[in-house]
Design a binder for this molecule. Structure first.
Ligand code: SAH
Ligand code: SF4
Ligand code: F3S
Length: 475
């Protein structure tokens, strides 16, 4: 059963009730029904054009694409560049306070001079976490729809046209994937969500509450969707999940078996996956980096901090030693693998010495690229009420030091690539006349000039390196 009832009753009952005392009662939220009327607005003509704006992680980007396809199926066209859309979907992120608050300024900006606004739908993780609160705070919003319910948008739009506002933060047992229209047209590098949700409950994080319990999409559905993506133009597929390496099918097959099946699709050249959790980094998946040529040599494996006391307080359930041991195994399987991670500085109680441990870990690993964030207290999460909240100026300073260290590591990684020849997947035109942009196997952005087309896989010699990109020459 895919619902928050499962989350509440079977998986971690006391955990959730304790951790979200009243802010986010999923049992209550899950009762919201599509088209549930809250109050009324003016009726409006059916929208002819839409715009979907996605924020946050790649899973939101994927959801945004699926919503766009759904709206197109309803006969609503994408709004031409520079023109106002009749319907705007804000596909939001709740991970940090700034991201969550952004939705309200975005809603404000949609207001026209005469005080009217287009039809506005708030989707994504802020929709899931704040639900009806959005309706109260933002009267111009007519639809609030959570990440597991957006397949019901057409009914909500019909309501909105008649002037009825609706909230749907249900986590239904029928999955959106079974009813969404098939993929038609995608770029050379496409996303495919294979897993959703999280059971890990890191003490700082909202994702288990906004995305629900871990579920894996069925093997055959995924192979089918991958084939459609390839037919629609994809040469590379990135498998997505909040904990993508927790993907298992009903028969117990792990992610490496899915990767193996996708690698058998002839016109698919490259496979990637993100984001992984250290606890789910199995030997089978590590071996896939050695055995499956189409699996690119890149691994995003967030550690969050380099100190074991902090990791324990974060409820990360790995230590720095167990994390490093995984990286050793991965490097043994695929020596040229590029490593990436996420870091949080200023977790409650983090001392200067504990932060220094994070810098040491970064120096030891030699990351190719990383994301780093200041800790942001999220309402209802255990860490938000922990003692020792770190002052903003201390977090600012730590973040700056961490990012300097990460930059050194990233530049070193890029410089070490100079002189290498590699295959680049051409993704788009660059800023300059005749310039193209693509990705190396190690996920570095590479720009070069020459006679190529989007979607080509071309051999390039890497000749110059900056912190965020490399320049290459066609071989
Ligand atoms: N499931 C993935 C990441 C999901 S969120 C994992 O566990 O690795 C992406 C990143 O946002 C996290 O890795 C973490 O570094 C950051 N993040 C999550 N909650 C945060 C918070 N409250 N404050 C600051 N950063 C946070
Ligand atoms: Fe959040 Fe990732 Fe931890 Fe899950 S594993 S709670 S998504 S940081
Ligand atoms: Fe943000 Fe939700 Fe993704 S909170 S990071 S959009 S899972």
């Amino acid at each position: 059963m895919r619902s928050c009832e499962r989350l509440l009753d079977d998986v971690v009952p006391d955990l959730i009730r304790d951790r979200w005392p009243n802010k986010c009662d999923f049992r209550q939220r899950s009762r919201a029904k599509p088209g549930m009327t809250k109050d009324t607005m003016h009726s409006t003509p059916p929208p002819r054009t839409y715009r979907v704006k996605s924020f946050g992680c790649q899973m939101n980007v994927y959801d945004g694409e699926r919503m766009a396809e759904l709206l197109a199926q309803q006969g609503i066209a994408p709004a031409p560049e520079g023109e106002e859309a009749d319907l705007v979907v804000l596909n939001t992120c709740h991970i940090r306070e700034k991201a969550a608050e952004k939705v309200y300024s975005d809603i404000g900006r949609l207001r026209r001079e005469d005080g009217t606004a287009p039809l506005i739908a708030v989707a994504g993780c802020v929709a899931q976490a704040e639900g009806e609160e959005i309706m109260t705070r933002a009267p111009s919003v007519s639809m609030v729809v959570g990440p597991q319910a957006y397949h019901r948008l057409p009914a909500m739009i019909a309501d909105a046209v008649e002037g009825r506002r609706s909230v749907d933060t249900d986590m239904p047992t029928e999955t959106k994937f079974d009813v969404l229209p098939a993929r038609r047209k995608v770029g050379p590098s496409a996303f495919l969500t294979v897993q959703e949700g999280c059971d890990k409950f890191c003490t700082y994080c909202v994702v288990p509450y906004t995305r629900g319990a871990e579920i894996s999409r069925p093997f055959n559905d995924l192979v089918e969707e991958a084939k459609r993506l390839v037919d629609a133009g994809a040469r590379e597929i990135t498998l997505l999940g909040q904990n993508v390496n927790a993907w298992r099918d009903a028969g117990g097959r792990g992610l490496e078996r899915l990767i193996e099946a996708l690698a058998a699709i002839p016109a698919l050249a490259r496979i990637r996956y993100t984001t992984s959790h250290p606890n789910d980094m199995t030997d089978g998946l590590i071996a896939a980096h050695r055995d499956i040529e189409k699996l690119m040599p890149f691994l995003h494996l967030p550690v969050q901090a380099g100190n074991d006391r902090v990791l324990k307080a974060m409820n990360r359930s790995h230590t720095t030693a167990s994390y490093l041991a995984i990286l050793d195994k991965v490097r043994a399987a695929r020596p040229d693998i590029a490593l990436s991670g996420d870091f949080i500085v200023g977790f409650p109680g983090e001392t200067d010495a504990e932060f220094e441990d994070t810098l040491k870990l970064v120096e030891q690993v030699g990351y190719a690229q990383c994301f780093s964030f200041k800790y942001s207290a999220r309402p209802g999460t255990p860490a938000a009420t922990m003692d020792g909240q770190v002052p903003l100026d201390v977090m600012d300073e730590r973040l700056q030091r961490l990012q300097t260290t990460l930059n050194v590591s990233q530049i070193a990684f890029n410089r070490a690539s100079i002189g290498k020849r590699c295959v680049v997947l051409v993704e788009r035109r660059g800023k300059h006349e005749g310039q193209w942009l693509g990705k190396s196997p190690w996920l570095q952005s590479v720009h070069f000039t020459g006679e190529v087309a989007i979607g080509d896989l071309v051999e390039v010699e890497l000749v110059e390196a900056g912190p965020n990109s490399l320049s290459g020459q066609l071989v």
